[in-house]
Every structure is written in structure tokens, then in C-alpha cells.
Design a protein around this ligand. Structure first.
Ligand code: NDP
Length: 271
């Protein structure tokens, strides 16, 4: 079974560099899909209250029989729950649905600047972290200005910023900012979310050269740049394929060919 490397978060917690995302997995299918991922060797699962599958995800984790402390579980507070008290309530609901007494990482899903409550929301995350119910806390889809506000108002530097990141949208500036501030960059939609990235002839050429699939080549690109990745698949063969990437490496030419795929075109709408 593949050995997934870990990254060390700024609070000292170890987090697998490759995990499994469950967005768009229906709650009823989540137990089997999560179990398939855990059986393939994934030890990090990324869900969110907005995915409506925390219950199924928790069932899959429980049914796997793998000790809780060997699985890194992330969930996120949704936009509608911003604010201090409502975030604390939303967190309790997430824990209950997951059937867990702590999560490994709790994120603010989007900054929602129009509500202007993300600082209060983050204060609630700090309290949850201080109480030990989230081993680490962080953010998602935060831009420089949102991180700057937190840097002024918060006590805990976010451990992670989970952002849209793939070869067509490489976010060099954000990655450099995160590195400067000790924030780990986690790539959402690392495979481009099924929107044609994996049909790229340039990627197919690199994949052929290594006798690998396009998805495997893309995931190697992420890992070699130091990103944390959370690919999603509902297909057991692809689930296994996406973690089978630790016995080959892209060379400088491959990395340069990937760099040339940048389109600077975000697909996720800012909220
Ligand atoms: P991904 O980039 O992981 O791509 C998933 C798509 O690629 C699916 O259509 C899947 O189809 C297909 N796929 C997966 N593996 C392969 C393969 N080996 N070969 C061919 N096709 C493949 O997209 P997501 O948008 O799901 O992002 C991953 C995770 O990131 C989410 O599940 C979620 O956890 C997180 N996320 C976070 C966001 C945020 O705002 N914080 C926003 C969006 C995502 P199939 O299932 O049929 O295999």
C-alpha cells in the first residue's frame, strides 16, 4: 500500500499530503465511497457541512474499523453559519453528524466578505481549537486581504488555506504568500473537477512518458510543488489510481510543461 507523506502544520500537527474529497458524493453513498478510500490507503478525508454528507462520511469512517487517531478528518463551517455563536452551533452539529468527538481540521469554507463576519467566525474556531475539539483550524478561499484582517485580529495563524488550484490555475502569488506566513496550501479541485483538464494533450504526453494516467501525472505535479491535494472520485478503481503515485517522479521538463498550462482562470465563484 502506498505510503503517503505528511506535512507539518504550523501548530505541529502532521497532516497527510494526499487526502480524499467527498464533495458531490451523496450522503447515502458516502459510507461505501469513504470505506473504499480508506481501504486504498487514504487517511485524510475532506468534507463540509455544505456537502450534506457528514453523516455518511462518519459512517464510512466508523465502519472502516481504522482507529480514529489514524484518520485526519476535515470539515468546514458554511456561509450561512458565520458569526461567533452560530459557528459554535454549526460545529457541534457537524461533530454530531460525523459521529466524532473532535475533528483534525476545521475550516471557514468561504470568507463571505459581504457579511463581514469572518473575523468573529474565526474567533469561534479559535475557541474550538483551544477546547481541543479541532486539532487545527484554518480557512478556505481566503485572499490576501482576508488573511491580512485575520493577521491583525486573530491569535492563531490559520494552519491551512484551501483554495482552487490545478495546472490551469496555479496561484503562484497565493502560494508564495502562504509559504511566507507558515500557512499550508491545500488544493481543491486538484484534477480540475472533471472539466476537461484531464483531456489535455500536453498532460497526456507527460503521462504516457511515465506509463501513468493523466490524473496521476497531475497529482504528482501538485505533490512536487508541495501542495496538499484532496482528489475526489466515486469510482473504486480511480480512487486507488489516485493514491498510487509515490513510485515515480516528474522531471524538470515535465514541470515546465505543466507551468505552461496556466490560464489564470478561476472556476469557483468567490463568495
Ligand atoms: P477533483 O479535481 O478532485 O476532480 C473530481 C472529478 O474528476 C470527478 O468528476 C471525478 O469523477 C474525476 N476523476 C477523479 N479521479 C479521476 C481519474 N483518476 N481519472 C479520471 N477522472 C477522475 O474535483 P473536486 O471539485 O471534487 O475537488 C476535490 C475536493 O476538493 C472536493 O471533493 C472537496 O473535498 C474539495 N473542494 C473544496 C472546495 C472549497 O470551496 N473549499 C470547492 C470544491 C472542492 P468520478 O467521481 O466519476 O471518478
Amino acid at each position: 500500500m502506498s505510503k503517503v507523506p505528511t506535512v507539518t502544520l504550523n501548530d505541529g500537527t502532521e497532516m497527510p499530503q494526499l487526502g480524499f474529497g467527498v464533495w458531490q458524493v451523496p450522503d447515502g453513498e458516502a459510507p461505501a465511497v469513504v470505506m473504499a478510500a480508506l481501504e486504498s490507503g487514504y487517511r485524510k478525508i475532506d468534507t463540509a457541512s455544505a456537502y450534506y454528507n457528514e453523516m455518511g462520511t462518519g459512517k464510512g469512517i466508523a465502519a472502516s474499523g481504522i482507529p480514529r487517531d489514524q484518520i485526519f478528518v476535515t470539515t468546514k463551517v458554511w456561509n450561512a453559519d458565520h458569526g461567533y455563536d452560530s459557528t459554535l452551533r454549526a460545529f457541534d452539529e457537524s461533530l454530531e453528524k460525523l459521529g466524532l468527538d473532535y475533528v483534525d481540521l476545521y475550516l471557514i469554507h468561504w470568507p463571505v466578505p459581504v457579511k463581514d463576519q469572518y473575523v468573529e467566525t474565526y474567533k469561534a474556531l479559535e475557541r474550538i481549537h483551544a477546547g481541543g475539539q479541532a486539532r487545527s483550524i484554518g480557512v478556505s478561499n481566503f485572499l490576501r486581504e482576508h488573511l491580512d484582517r485575520l493577521a491583525e485580529a486573530a491569535n492563531v495563524v490559520p494552519a491551512v488555506n484551501q483554495i482552487e488550484l490545478h495546472p490551469r490555475h496555479q496561484r503562484a502569488e497565493e502560494r508564495a504568500l502562504h509559504a511566507e506566513r507558515g500557512i499550508i496550501t491545500e488544493a481543491w479541485s486538484p484534477l480540475g473537477s472533471g472539466r476537461g483538464l484531464l483531456d489535455s494533450p500536453a498532460i497526456a504526453q507527460i503521462a504516457r512518458k511515465h506509463g501513468r494516467s493523466c490524473a496521476q501525472a497531475v497529482l504528482r505535479w501538485h505533490l512536487q510543488l508541495g501542495h496538499v491535494v484532496i482528489p475526489k472520485s466515486a469510482d473504486p478503481e480511480r480512487i486507488a489510481e489516485n493514491i498510487d503515485i509515490f513510485d515515480f517522479a516528474l522531471d524538470e521538463d515535465d514541470m515546465a510543461a505543466f507551468a505552461a498550462l496556466e490560464e489564470a482562470k478561476p472556476w469557483g465563484k468567490p463568495k
